[in-house]
Design a protein around this ligand. Structure first.
Ligand SMILES: [Zn+2]
Length: 477
């Protein structure tokens, strides 16, 4: 029998078929890569898209880590293939890391696209795809410092309120605590969910007080009042002398200093350090309400904030022509003014950073399964809130608050802190909300901390020690 000669046409056909299959395969791989890198962002960002579910059907969500490498959220897979999102720190990171069952919040929402994107080997991904196995999603490294977050959470204790810490020269959010909190682990969330949504106990546990809680600022607002006075008369604004008897009378109104303390003779810098309400109420009566309103807007009152999370807008309502009562109240941070702790942390951060506000951010970088960096987020400036000279003046005065005024809780610290306390009245017969906002070290700021404690009493006694716990923890590292 004659052996068949190799048929050159058949060979050519086989080669052609190979090329066609190869081209189709490359095309598929190409589209697959394109989908992973580009298209999927559109799909995932539309969070109610049904295809989102399909993406999470194909990818096992990555982990959320703190900047010091602690696991803040991970997905465990049981033997039955059941996936469970686990939050090892429970309540400590509740609002800022968020939850992923019953809707996504916090970093779970912010990082969702990256957590559901895989940068594993493309061939491996294709094989997984065909065999129905899930790809491993990328890990998200946040800017949060786990030790600092824990220090803040412990320092606040069982009191209601919020703590924010950020790096003034980058905008990195280092810690963000809100209390009362909740356990984001799914089993616990299932039990507490309805009660929290209905808010039966009036605790508003789901509210992230750090960014969404609106409070009267009390005396931390004197930073704004003194800045306005500085702008109107840079040469002489400090020189006015006020004689405080504990109550400032401006008929028919009167303004009391905290607990009726008589501060005696005070120049404006001393009045700022000792938080003399009378001196600031009188100062306010002489200010230009039109430029003060412009200053408030420049400091982002009544404005959208550059924040990567749900937040409330702070409000400032005093306009030219306001009555004396409104002026007296607004100048000392009472009246209609409302702020969030996060907003005041941003103002304080600008003071600490030569007037320049860096946009606060929470996502530092994204890394693939094998540890390679996929994406890095860089600091971005928002713009100047004040001049460098103004920030320097405010820093000097805020350092004096600590050195000789109401910030005594920080006086013997091994670093020089700068800050302002506040004790904000919000309802007759109730304790004031305690505030502190400041930074350390004063001459080379590394960290800004803003604290509010609801019905905490005096800012100096209740809030400043919480800030100190954070400064101590962070600056000893
Ligand atoms: Zn006084």
């Amino acid at each position: 029998m004659k052996k068949a000669e190799p048929n050159p046409n058949a060979n050519r056909n086989i080669m052609l078929l190979t090329y066609v299959v190869l081209a189709a395969f490359l095309g598929m791989m190409g589209y697959f890569g394109y989908f992973l890198q580009i298209k999927s962002e559109e799909v995932v960002n539309n969070s109610y898209n049904a295809r989102l579910d399909r993406l999470s059907d194909r990818v096992l969500p990555g982990r959320i880590l703190s900047r010091d490498g602690q696991v803040l959220a991970r997905t465990d897979v049981g033997e039955d293939g059941e996936e469970l999102r686990v939050y090892p720190f429970g309540n400590v990171f509740a609002h800022v890391v968020g939850h992923s069952s019953r809707g996504k919040t916090g970093l779970e929402s912010l990082g969702n696209f990256y957590l559901l994107t895989s940068h594993g080997n493309l061939l491996e991904q294709a094989v997984n795809e065909i065999s129905g196995r899930k790809n491993q999603g990328d890990d998200v490294i946040s800017t949060l410092d786990a030790s600092l977050q824990q220090a803040a959470w412990q320092a606040l204790g069982d009191r209601r309120g919020a703590v924010v810490a950020m790096e003034p020269d980058t905008g990195k959010i280092l810690a963000m605590v809100s209390k009362p909190d909740y356990d984001p682990n799914p089993a616990s969330l299932d039990i507490s969910w309805e009660g929290m949504v209905e808010d039966a106990g009036g605790q508003s546990q789901l509210l992230n007080r750090a960014a969404q809680g609106l409070y009267p600022p009390g005396s931390i607002f004197k930073i704004v009042t003194i800045l306005e006075a500085m702008r109107e008369d840079p040469e002489h604004y400090r020189e006015g002398i006020f004689d405080c008897s504990g109550v400032f009378s401006h008929e028919p109104y009167s303004i009391r200093c905290y607990h009726g303390t008589a501060h005696g003779l005070q120049d404006m810098e001393q009045a700022f350090a000792n938080s003399c309400n009378g001196a600031f109420a009188e100062l306010g009566l002489g200010l230009n309400l039109s430029t003060m309103s412009q200053l408030a807007e420049q400091l982002l009152f009544n404005a959208e904030l550059p924040l990567p999370m749900a937040y409330s807008k702070s409000s400032y309502a005093m306009e030219e022509g306001a009555g004396d009562w409104e002026i007296l109240q607004t100048s000392i941070g009472q009246g209609k003014t409302q702020v969030t702790p996060m907003h005041f942390a941003m103002i304080t951060s600008a003071i600490a950073n030569g007037g320049m506000l860096m946009k606060p951010y929470l996502l530092d970088r994204v890394v693939g399964e094998s540890g390679e960096e996929v994406k890095k987020f860089l600091p971005e400036s928002f713009g100047s809130l004040m001049t460098a000279e103004e920030s320097k003046e405010l820093t000097r005065m805020m350092a004096r608050v600590v050195a000789e005024g109401t910030g005594s809780a920080l006086r013997d610290a091994p670093y020089q802190a700068a800050g302002k306390t506040g004790s904000a009245e919000f309802e007759a017969g109730k304790e004031t909300h305690a505030w502190f906002t400041g930074f350390a070290p004063a001459d080379n700021p590394k960290i800004v901390v803003t604290v509010v404690i609801e019905e905490g009493g005096s800012g100096g006694k209740a809030a400043a020690p919480v800030a100190r716990a954070l400064f101590d923890q962070y600056l000893q590292q």
